[in-house]
Design a protein around this ligand. Structure first.
Ligand SMILES: *Cc1c(COP(=O)(O)O)cnc(C)c1O
Length: 337
């Protein structure tokens, strides 16, 4: 048995999800004529209290479209140095939007309102114009750390006072919400745009949804087309998203419980120097400086456990829908032996 813990994107659709996909009613989404895509967009928008949604291929695409709509050439985006939008989107802020970044050092990728106030550029021709603040929740590179809504509301206040839109990279927002029990509607109010991934913990084969006002989504649809992201009978994929929102959100707590167990197992190993607090479904640990993460990941692989390197001495495990209690027991046996 191989144990897949490289990412929560490795999940495969269940028979029930596939069945729903097979029977979807579809149309041409470029013509806004796919009823299942519309249903997914409306459903996601309603959950977070937004006017409209746009179904896209990936979270990179929803983030990059949002940034492109919010900023202009030469503007600055404030985000944490660990942000996915900065580290893992191929330099897209620069390449797609000709914009600059102001990278802040947060606490495991989480920023405070005070840090953002400090970072906003004064109105002076030497500086780029601060045009957007982007937060990530949960923070992938921060080991699945999540925000308190109260801090986000303070950040929102700063943004309002400075006339700045606030974007959320909510690739794993449901992982945060099942922990905090905060309401998605309250959450949605704090942001001007949100990106939500369906292909991570929610277990669909593909897809993310961008949320915003009707005007924002109309502009986003144009950018999506320009990037080559206009698609046709995408309803087959949207059907999986609808199924996932109905069935796979509350179960995320199980992924978190199993991740915490993994944390406890790894903690006992002499080569593990430090484990980030396991807040959601991500476990990041640091090996002692004599061991390279690439060598360690190779050794795990030989034992039948797949992990991701996350820095020279950092290794990441991510739990997900296809990682069950049986897998956890098998993991324990493989690691302890
Ligand atoms: C996975 C992820 C994304 C989107 O990734 P895609 O592979 O493009 O769907 C965005 N932000 C974060 C924090 C992620 O973990």
């Amino acid at each position: 048995m191989t144990i897949e813990l490289r990412s929560d994107t490795f999940t495969k659709p269940t028979p029930a999800m596939l069945e729903i996909m097979f029977s979807a009613t579809v149309g041409d989404d470029v013509f806004e004529d796919d009823p299942t895509v519309k249903e997914l967009e409306e459903k996601t928008a309603q959950i977070f209290g937004y006017e409209a949604g746009l179904f896209c291929t990936s979270g990179t695409m929803t983030n990059q479209i949002a940034i492109n709509v919010h900023v202009r050439q030469g503007d600055e985006v404030i985000c944490d140095a660990l942000s996915h939008i900065y580290l893992y989107e191929g330099g897209g802020i620069a390449a797609n939007s000709l914009a600059s970044v102001n990278l802040l050092q947060g606490n495991r990728g989480r920023l405070t309102a005070e840090q953002i106030v400090e970072a906003i550029q004064p109105d002076n021709i030497h500086h780029p114009i601060t045009r957007l603040v982007s937060l990530e929740n949960t923070v992938n590179k921060g080991g699945g750390a999540y925000y308190d809504l109260s801090e986000i509301q303070k950040i929102k206040q700063v943004c309002l006072e400075n006339n700045l839109p606030l974007h959320l990279d909510g690739a794993r927002i449901f992982n945060a919400l099942v922990e905090t029990k905060e309401s998605p509607l309250e959450y949605g109010k704090a942001f001007d745009s949100m990106s939500i991934c369906l292909s991570k913990g929610l277990g669909t084969p593909i897809g993310s949804v961008l949320l915003g006002t009707k005007t924002f989504i109309k502009q986003a649809r144009r950018v999506r087309k320009r990037l080559g992201g206009g698609w046709r009978q995408a309803g087959y994929l949207a059907a999986a998203g609808i199924y996932a929102l109905d069935n796979n959100v509350n179960r995320l707590v199980q992924d978190h419980a199993r991740a915490r167990e993994i944390g406890k197992i790894m903690e006992q190993l002499p080569e593990v120097e430090e484990i980030y607090p396991v807040d959601t479904n991500i476990v990041i640990f640091r090996l002692n400086d004599k061991i390279l993460s690439s060598d360690y990941v190779q050794k795990l692989h030989e034992k039948g456990i797949k992990a991701a390197t996350f820095g020279k001495h950092l290794v990441r495990f991510v739990t997900h829908l296809d990682f069950t209690d049986e897998h956890l027991e098998e993991f324990r046996n493989k690691i302890i032996k």
